[in-house]
Design a protein around this ligand. Sequence first.
Ligand SMILES: [Zn+2]
Length: 406
Amino acid sequence: MTRINGRRLIADLRRLAEFGKAGTGVNRVSFSGADIESRVWLRERFQAAGLDAAIDAVGNVRGVSAQAARAVVIGSHTDTVPMGGWLDGAMGVLYGLEIARSRIESGRQGQLGVDVVSFQDEEGTFLPCLGSRSFCGELTQADIAKPKSQAGEPLVEALRRAAYGGPAWRLDKGRHIAYLEAHIEQGPRLEAAKRRIGVVTGIVGIRRFRIIAKGQADHAGTTPMSMRKDAARPLFTFAYRVHADLPAMVGPDTVWNIGVITVRPGAANVVASEAELVVEFRDTSSEVLERIEARLLAWISELDSQGPARLEAHPIARIAPTLMAPDLEALIEAGAAENGTATLRMPSGAGHDAMVLGHHLPSAMLFIPSIGGRSHDVAEDSAEDDIVLGCEVLAAVVERLEARAA
Ligand SMILES: [Zn+2]
């Protein structure tokens, strides 16, 4: 059995958190000074572990087990959201480093190598999942030419500034047999279920619609109720139905949200002339997403035909679900059992690099609990024991993969 060194893993995580340190959290958005410095440090750590390390054309830091002909890719990202936490992404990358390093130390890298990677810009400061999409060969020059950061800097300029220059590191189907990504849960489910390891069944697909209603502005005191063309009212009816009627027709893990409502002109004494809301829903099942979409659109056309306000629905986002490989999920469960801990199967409601990799390579994700479910904030944290346990379980998964590949 590969013995990972938990203390060394935590020390590396604490050291990485020094780059962009912001109180208890980390401010290390992609291509910032802290991000660029941290990648140089990471490359040195990979090198010191005995991996063939480099920073590629888009800023991916990779450490390749050069002795092995076949390898499992383990990684995540080390860029953060502005004022983010110390574990989101970083933990998955340093699990890869610790597992690769422990296997090299015990002379096991020859059977099945571990190629470790920190993908660039998962959080999308310039282009979400830039690094993993580049790795999977999904990006054209045109895709890279367009994006700008919120501050207005073009991605091409950021790349020039960072001066990475090397060749892009690419997925090699003759070498890479699977992708494993460990991550903090970023939600409260594991804590609530008192489980320490989550097995991700899939990464949810997202559909988002902007619903626009058009009516007529009138005096809210003098216009009788029966003679108004209130644009807001049918939207409230729609919002009520979403929350009242969806539960009966969705899956156990479906989530939905109405997070934007705008009423114009927006005065207490004026009947709304225009109103809009944005509704989104997420699930790992395309069939469930289809069913919800059909129902929402039917409600909109029903409300539109009732008048007097007119309603339209505009799709504004559509991301397909990504399923994880069931045989790898079973290996995580077996690896957890070997370490004496029970698991919880759950979808990931957040996007991850595995969302990209999952379409190219058998992929799996392991979650550990987030304290209070907090993430994307400096308050993000996890128990050190859970961090170490997650790495032990992932190391056990690699051993099982090795036994299977032999
Ligand atoms: Zn992340």
